[in-house]
Ligand binder design. Structure first.
Ligand SMILES: C[S@@+](CC[C@H](N)C(=O)[O-])C[C@H]1O[C@@H](n2cnc3c(N)ncnc32)[C@H](O)[C@@H]1O
Length: 505
């Protein structure tokens, strides 16, 4: 038997051991309790160790080994895992005399999506900051579930697709999400160790993906996808000193992000979607919206800037991430990083989400949106291109259309207690980006009446009659605002529009 086949057999056996020990997200959460889980979030295991006490049952053994990085007597480990030699050969555990320790972290992982609840595991490198271990991450360190991983999973359009690409797969976490709605998945990484651990993640979860080694789009040169998702190594840092492949690429400034976006169109199908979570530079005297626009070509795009950090804050975040903020030599490193930013004229760094749609007309929306959103935002991203098309119908077609309010659009009013009319009306979404717009009585009345029954033109006539204003004046006032509401998802066509071109054909 070949090495890979051996490893697959070992991982199949390990899956059975994890299942038999009830080493799943819900069961482990229940076993450890809130305080211990909160401790692990803070990178401390004391509360979790206390929660396990001196238990030696298989579930406690697996938690100790694979989540808390504790050594376990071989006899105890064998009772939970069976064949230790095979696991050692697969580089999942290390043995030291009669003691066993984990060589990788095997984390229970789960999520809820439109399909229901899902539970499984992710395999990644051992957290180097747990209990202030102070060990330096290896340069090819493979990260587990980070906040950016979760953000990307929630941003991803959940629509069923044929082929999906996870670019820079790391431990394979996005594949677990994509497998819910993609018929086939290709996952790439520049780091061979990432592909090894992604392979383990997939085998443990009995999932399949075409794993390919290489940089950016090189391994998929001749392929096109319906969906590309990526959380690339977006950290901008000077090219000197230790670099971590999971967070910084070999490009200057945000060159890697530019490559990801600018080369995407060649790998997307006609209706393909690219979704990126990352950083981009705000360059002195340059409008970031225009800069990103130049990367996007003819794709339509909704770019959402979630946060903007000044260079000091940004550098401190990433020095701290590598445990270097207060380490010897940190002042020099900090200064060199500032000089690097100055040389590239970077005056701030934007953190955000890029959604780009093939088959577009180069339409752009660059939104600065630091506000709370209603996760998952993926479904709202999925409807964006159609909303854009619908908002640009001719006046005649727009007025002839029946529109409806999706569930979750509510009205908030503020006014004097007892007053007949409110002073402020706000229409708010309880989904997606949780957008809000101020409205007047006429706009609120029209939106309120949009239930898919009447054509907009008839509805506007009726509202004009009620308010005793000329219909033409009301239409001139409300039409542009209604178009914006359609673009932003406050109103949708009563049934999908047949525009006969592009993605509607
Ligand atoms: C921030 S991690 C994201 C991992 C995972 N997709 C997630 O969502 O958590 C970035 C990944 O990109 C990989 N990577 C770095 N440079 C790359 C390149 N030039 N081409 C492809 N992948 C790259 C890293 O090895 C790492 O696994």
């Amino acid at each position: 038997m070949g090495r890979v086949t051996n490893e697959m057999t070992t991982l199949a056996g390990l899956r059975q051991a994890l299942l038999a020990a009830d080493y799943g997200l819900e069961a482990v959460t229940e076993r450890l309790g809130e305080s211990a889980l909160a401790g692990l979030q803070r990178n401390t295991s004391m509360a979790a160790v206390d929660a396990l006490g001196s238990s030696e049952d298989p579930q406690a053994t697996l938690i100790s080994l694979f989540a808390l990085q504790r050594t376990v007597p071989a006899l105890q480990a064998r009772a939970a895992l069976g064949n230790l030699a095979a696991l050692q050969q697969a580089e999942l555990i290390d043995t030291d005399g009669d003691q066993v320790r984990a060589a990788v972290e095997i984390r229970p992982y789960g999520f809820a999506d439109a399909e229901g609840d899902w539970e499984g595991w992710i395999v990644h490198d051992l957290n180097t900051t747990l209990d202030s271990r102070g060990t330096e991450p290896r340069p090819d360190f493979v990260l587990g579930a980070s906040p950016a991983s979760t953000t990307l999973a929630q941003l991803t359009v959940p629509t069923p697709v044929g082929r999906a690409l996870d670019l820079g797969t790391g431990c394979g976490i996005q594949v677990l999400h994509l497998a819910r709605h993609a018929a086939s998945i290709t996952a790439t990484d520049l780091n061979p160790r990432a592909l090894k651990l992604a392979r383990a993640t997939l085998a443990l979860n009995e999932l399949d993906a075409d794993l390919r080694l290489g940089s950016l789009y090189e391994p998929v040169a001749d392929d096109r996808f319906d969906l590309i998702v990526t959380n690339p190594p977006f950290v901008m840092s000077p090219p000197t000193g230790e670099r971590l492949v999971y967070r910084e690429g070999s490009f200057a400034a945000d060159g890697l992000m530019r490559e990801v976006v600018a080369k995407a169109a060649a790998h997307l199908t006609r209706t393909g979607v690219l979704q990126v979570v990352g950083n981009w530079a705000v360059i002195k005297d340059e409008d970031p919206a225009r800069r990103l626009s130049s990367w996007l070509g003819t794709m339509d795009a909704l770019v959402i800037e979630r946060e903007r950090l000044d260079p000091y804050e940004y550098i401190e975040v990433w020095l701290a991430d590598a445990g270097q903020l207060h380490a010897p030599g940190s002042t020099e490193r900090y200064r060199a990083w500032l000089d690097y930013f100055a040389a590239h004229r970077i005056e701030a760094v934007a953190l955000g989400w890029i959604n780009a749609f093939a088959g577009g007309q180069g339409r752009r929306d660059y939104l600065s949106w630091p506000h709370a959103v209603a996760q998952p935002v993926g479904p709202a991203m999925a409807t964006y291109p159609q909303a854009l098309d619908a908002s640009q119908l001719s006046d005649v077609r727009f007025l002839a259309q029946r529109w409806q309010r999706p569930e979750g659009v509510v009205q908030e009013t503020i006014g004097e207690p007892g007053a007949a009319d409110p002073q402020h009306i706000v229409l708010r979404q309880q989904f997606g980006l949780a957008r809000a717009v101020t409205a007047d009585t006429a706009l609120a009345a029209v939106v309120g009446a949009c239930d898919g029954e009447l054509r907009l033109g008839d509805l506007l006539d009726a509202v004009a009659g009620l308010l005793e204003v000329p219909a033409e004046a009301l239409i001139a006032d409300l039409l542009p605002r209604l178009r914006t509401l359609v673009e932003q998802g406050f109103l949708v066509p009563d049934e999908p529009l047949a525009l006969g071109v592009g993605r509607w054909a």
